[in-house]
Design a protein around this ligand. Structure first.
Ligand code: NZQ
Ligand code: ZN
Length: 385
């Protein structure tokens, strides 16, 4: 097991009806900006429930944080936060709203050029406004981590940022607030969570037995509950387990002390930035090819994954790894997430631009062994068509 420091300060309020307790987490004298997206929280009543839980508070709202949150939009909110001397932010929505709110929290009092926060991948952040979150879409894990992914529309740039100041003070996870999700977003959430876990598990062994079993347990839960959520969307226990899975999938617990990959995500971000695909859909496309091309690097963990997650323990090693990769693709398709570029009308002509963007962003040695080069990315994308 590798050395690690683990600290996660976010308080989780989990379960039906927990929104009513948020006033206990926010200073009485706070000037609050509630941030949200395109309106789903109005339609499903979550916004009203949040406001009803904050009687007597000084509250303003900012609507319009889009999926794959745009720097241009977030700066409009940042200006409003500065003008109104807001001192507490409350994100109500999915990963995009929470990520966007993390950027606003960091930008509000940032001395330099706000885009430098993203250009430095969050390293330049020295402080952030306190903020909380009410999660309505389990997927990104943003509700309990210090990361975010910000897009600059003008340059079609989508980059990850991370900084210890960007943990939410608290997050409410009420599974009933996910009942209004369309099937496509249920599928996206399960696939994004699945790939978060494989990015931190399908690497190379370091005797991280605890982390492996935790990761495998989360994967098995996704496989068991994911299709159930599509079949029975208002099943509270199914949605509760998926919600907690998504949070534990990217809150630092399973990555502590083990190597991490993230090549699939970095390529996925470029596909989203260039072609507007949902984040999870890009991962469903890239992961199977990533695993196939890098079978040698990942052999020991792929064989463990095949056996412990898919029950594949017989036959020659290569066949076992191939079968596990096929099972992974089949699972994504079962979650109604297509797994080929052609399913989204994208052809081989699109590949050079993705590779160029990765190079422009300095992402030329990706993966747990820093050996996923632009040439390898080209090969991987060639297998995604
Ligand atoms: O905009 P609204 O009206 O809120 O509608 C949203 C949006 O259209 C809708 N939605 C959310 N909750 C709903 C709902 N519709 C009905 N009922 C509900 N309860 O769903 C759509 C997608 O929402 P979004 O927040 O974009 O999805 P998700 O939560 O998957 O977040 C995706 C973003 O997370 C980033 C991705 O890059 C992407 O920008 N990620 C963040 C990470 C992190 N912070 O650690 C890591 C991840 O790998 C990921 O990159
Ligand atoms: Zn993701």
């Amino acid at each position: 097991m590798l050395n690690f420091t683990f600290c996660n300060p976010t308080k989780i309020l989990f379960g039906k009806g927990m929104i009513k307790d948020i006033a206990k987490e926010i200073p009485k004298e706070a000037k609050i900006m509630i941030t949200y997206g395109g309106g789903s929280v109005k339609r499903n009543g979550v916004l009203d429930e949040v406001k009803a839980a904050l009687p007597g508070y000084d509250i303003d709202e900012f609507a319009g944080i889009e999926p794959n949150p745009a720097y241009e939009t977030l700066m409009r909110c940042t200006e409003k936060v500065r003008d109104q001397k807001i001192d507490f932010l409350l994100a109500v929505g999915g990963g995009s709203v929470i990520d966007g709110t993390k950027f606003i929290a960091a930008a509000a009092n940032f001395a330099g050029e706000p885009w430098d926060i993203v250009k430095s991948f969050g390293r330049g952040v020295r402080q952030a406004l306190p903020f909380g979150a009410v999660l309505t879409l389990p997927a990104s894990g943003s509700e309990m981590n210090s990361g975010a992914v910000i897009t600059r529309l003008a340059t079609k740039t989508k980059l990850p940022i991370s900084n210890p100041h960007l943990f939410p003070k608290f997050s409410v996870l009420d599974p009933t607030k996910t009942f209004s999700l369309p099937a496509s977003q249920i599928g996206n959430g399960v696939v994004d969570t699945f790939v978060h876990i494989t990015e931190q598990y399908l690497t190379y062994p370091v005797m991280g037995k605890v982390q492996d079993r935790l990761a495998e347990g989360l994967l098995l839960t996704l496989i068991e509950e994911g299709p159930q959520a599509l079949a029975d969307p208002e099943n509270y226990d199914v949605r509760a387990n998926l919600m907690w899975c998504a949070t534990l999938g990217l809150n630092g617990l399973i990555s502590a002390g083990v190597p991490q990959d993230w090549a699939t995500h970095m390529i996925g971000h470029e596909l989203t930035a260039l072609h507007g695909l949902d984040h999870a859909k890009t991962l469903a496309i890239v992961l199977p090819a990533m695993l196939r091309i890098r079978k040698d690097d990942k052999k020991q963990k792929l064989l463990q994954y095949a056996e412990r997650v898919w029950g594949i323990s017989r036959g020659d090693e290569d066949a076992r790894m191939d079968e596990a990769i096929d099972k992974t693709r089949e699972f994504f398709e079962r979650m109604q997430v297509k797994t080929r570029l052609c399913d989204y009308g994208i052809t081989a002509e699109a590949i050079p631009a993705v590779v160029e963007q990765l190079k422009a962003h300095g992402m030329v040695k990706l993966g747990e062994k820093f050996n996923v080069t632009p040439e390898m990315v080209e090969k991987i994308l060639g297998q995604c068509l």
